[in-house]
Write a protein that binds this ligand. Sequence first.
Ligand SMILES: [Cu+2]
Length: 99
Amino acid sequence: MNKLMHAAGAALAAALLVTAVAAQETAISGEIRKIDENAGKVTLKHGPAKSLGMEEGMTMVYRVKDPAMLKQVKVGDRVKFEAEIADGGYVVTKLQKQK
Ligand SMILES: [Cu+2]
């Protein structure tokens, strides 16, 4: 492969990546670090969450929309979740255990 082909391939790969990211829904991958059922809070370690303005991964506490969501997961579980900003904090609206 010559240099020009390499450049074209890289550009195509970058374009595909951008498309994939744009098409991705707002689900964020994370891991359960701590669960506080009484307070309705969960500590999640998660990757970048552009939809929430988090450019880098972090570990932080989220409130959950429904405390029952916390019964389906345990510390150490890998999860996909969605969150929104509400009442001055972040609230998990969907929480799904990953297989
Ligand atoms: Cu965060």
